[in-house]
Write a protein of this length. Structure first.
Length: 181
């Protein structure tokens, strides 16, 4: 019998002073059986950093043709495609062809360093791709906030995110490796 996804609920309050976006989001997150709490919380962080009423979680980890998160317009055109981890460059190439803007949040310090050394130069040709790295200590601290029912507040200013929940606050400052041009 196949394992089923675990459902997590999050009430997320976002105050993004960088983009002047403020709102409350009731989120349902399906955590794939092979997904860790750390990766799930990084998806939640990516949602907060790009918060929009139309931003949706994709099937990412369980399918090849959907991202971890995406923002589509009313015609179905993909305006924003968000990936996590250290994906195959072909996946990013296809994403860049399908979406107006692609953002990657790489994590796992050692794996990301090796991945970026191998693929970074080739990925710089994609003008609509931004690549960020989230450090191991930041992602580990974020993982500590994971739970089946979460009530989180996220304040974003100067490219830095403060996520609070359950009596703890985590600061995350994604490091920009490649900017879209």
């Amino acid at each position: 019998m196949a394992l089923k996804s675990t459902i997590h609920k999050a009430q997320l309050n976002v105050a993004d002073t960088d983009r002047d976006v403020y709102g409350d989001f009731a989120l349902t997150i399906a955590r794939h059986p092979s997904e860790t709490d750390r990766r799930m919380m990084l998806r939640l962080l990516a949602f907060a950093l790009h918060a929009d009423d139309d931003l949706e979680f994709g099937r990412g980890i369980s399918t090849d043709d959907e991202p971890d998160l995406w923002l589509r317009d009313l015609t179905g055109q993909v305006r924003l495609w968000i990936e996590l981890g250290n994906p195959d460059p072909d996946r990013l190439r296809k994403a860049c062809a399908r979406a107006e803007r692609v953002v990657l949040y790489a994590y796992g310090d050692r794996a990301t360093s090796a991945w970026w050394q191998k693929h970074g130069e080739g990925l710089q040709r994609f003008r609509n791709l931004q690549v960020y790295r989230v450090s191991d200590p930041e992602s580990a601290a974020l993982e500590e906030l994971a739970g089946q029912g979460m009530n989180l507040q996220c304040t974003i200013a100067g490219g830095e995110a403060w996520i609070s929940g359950d009596g703890a606050t985590v600061t995350v400052r994604p490091e920009l490796l490649a900017a879209a041009t």
